[in-house]
Design a protein around this ligand. Structure first.
Ligand code: CAA
Length: 390
């Protein structure tokens, strides 16, 4: 049901209070750490604690399951604010959400009560394990991880790759094939705890950006999962995975938007102060027009993202389309704006002494994960003209 006007005013007031707190935390605690987090490539556990203490890890999770009961719009704005200063730190909020969504969307009442409060409070860390070495974009068709029913358990075998926070997670929502003859309908989702026998963390990736957000392989070697931990009905696993991405892609779009906005702000301040040929470089048309285009792109991306988030809140039937458009636009804007920010700073932009170099490296992943830009275009075009035969 659409939000009524007084309810919306109340929501906006609450949202402003939350954002005021987040902006202060970002200035005082996140921004001063951003360069060091990137340099050391370490997960900032202190910031995870800080976000948990400030109730930022379960913003759109209903209060009955320990969340804040806020809107998706507030959630994306929080991710954006953090990403303006530190893309890695924004993932603490975004990936916790991603890991909780399969339980929120596909879980029964007992599963929600058992897992969501600990995750929303930040006591436990969550991850989402879909991708495999042969199945990135073709998530359903090429999945190899198997889940075999044995009595009251399922036994999982296989390897997942590129799992953000997989090595830190207490709980991982894992997708596995129960019946290979059934295509996407033969996939099931499971809640796997790190203490389950046969759950092993593998290689940690060395990455271009988001270096403070560890990405690992997860190995399931006869990993025993109670049947009570499977999510949704038979045949529903892949749909759960996709419905999760409909809600989590706006979070990655928000990260991308925040990176772009942070780079724009830095480049603008620089262009006001740096003098060349007797005046600030921003007042030379070559740089001034670049800044004008960057600003226009950031604001256009923001409008698209906030509309996608509103549609998530309203339970609109076209969230798949809007989530894909928001991720596509914000990811591309992040890449182009950060590249231009480096250009505005010239040689200094290319130096690790200045943040725009890190922002440009961090931006790239937003065009790749949670579905490449090519996959977003596929989703958008299918919504226009259908899928057609394989
Ligand atoms: N909601 C509900 N159901 C959906 C759906 C959605 N959004 N999208 C698809 N489905 C359903 C379809 O209706 C279909 O069911 P029926 O047969 O009953 O109609 C079933 O799922 C199969 O759908 P498709 O035929 O469309 O499947 P496909 O094989 O053509 O693939 C795809 C679709 C969009 C390409 C999908 O595979 C995809 O999104 N790929 C990209 C994967 C991805 O984004 N991975 C990100 C990993 S997570 C990550 O990156 C996180 C991180 O590190 C931070």
């Amino acid at each position: 049901m659409a939000t009524t006007v007084p309810e919306r005013a109340q929501t906006e007031e609450t949202e402003e209070l939350i954002l005021a707190v987040v902006r202060q935390l970002v200035v005082e605690r996140v921004a001063p750490r951003a360069a060091e987090i990137d340099e050391r490539g370490e997960f900032p556990m202190d910031l995870k604690q800080l976000f948990a203490q400030n109730d930022l890890l379960g913003i759109p999770i209903p209060a009955e399951y320990g969340g804040l009961g806020g809107t998706f719009l507030t959630y994306v704005k929080v991710v954006e604010e953090i990403a303006k200063a530190c893309a890695s730190s924004s993932l603490i909020v975004a990936v916790q959400e991603l890991g909780m969504l399969p339980i929120l969307i596909g879980g029964d009442e007992a599963q929600k009560k058992q897992y969501l409060p600990r995750l929303a409070s930040g006591e436990w860390i969550a991850a989402y394990a879909l991708t495999e070495s042969t199945s990135g974009s073709d998530a359903a068709g090429s999945m190899r991880t198997r889940a075999e029913r044995r009595g009251d358990t399922y036994v999982l075998n296989g390897t997942k790759i590129w799992i953000t926070h997989g090595g830190l997670a207490d709980v991982v929502c894992v997708f596995a094939v129960t019946d290979p003859s059934m295509g996407p309908k033969g996939i099931r989702a499971f809640i796997v705890e790190k203490t389950f026998d046969g759950f092993n963390v593998g290689k940690k990736e060395r990455k271009m950006g988001i270096r403070g957000s560890p990405t690992v392989e997860l190995h399931f070697n006869d990993c025993v999962v109670p049947a009570a931990n499977r999510l949704g009905a038979e045949g529903e696993g892949f749909k759960i995975a996709m419905r999760v991405l409909d809600k989590s892609r706006p979070g990655i779009a928000a990260q991308a938007l925040g990176i772009a906005a942070g780079a724009l702000e830095y480049a603008t301040n620089y262009a006001r102060e740096r003098i060349a040929f007797g005046k600030p470089i921003g007042q030379h048309q070559g740089v001034g027009f670049m800044l004008a285009d960057m600003k226009t792109e950031v604001e256009a991306a923001r409008l698209l993202l906030y509309e996608a988030a509103r549609r998530c809140d309203e339970g609109a039937s076209d969230v798949t389309l809007w989530a894909a458009m928001a991720k596509l636009k914000c990811g591309d804007v992040a890449m182009s704006v950060t590249t231009d920010a480096v250009q505005v700073l010239g040689g200094f932009g290319y130096s690790a002494e200045y943040p725009v170099e890190r922002m440009m490296r961090d931006a790239k992943i937003t065009q790749i994960y949670e579905g490449t830009q090519q996959i977003q275009r596929l989703v958008i075009s299918r919504s226009l003209v259908g899928k057609g035969p394989r």
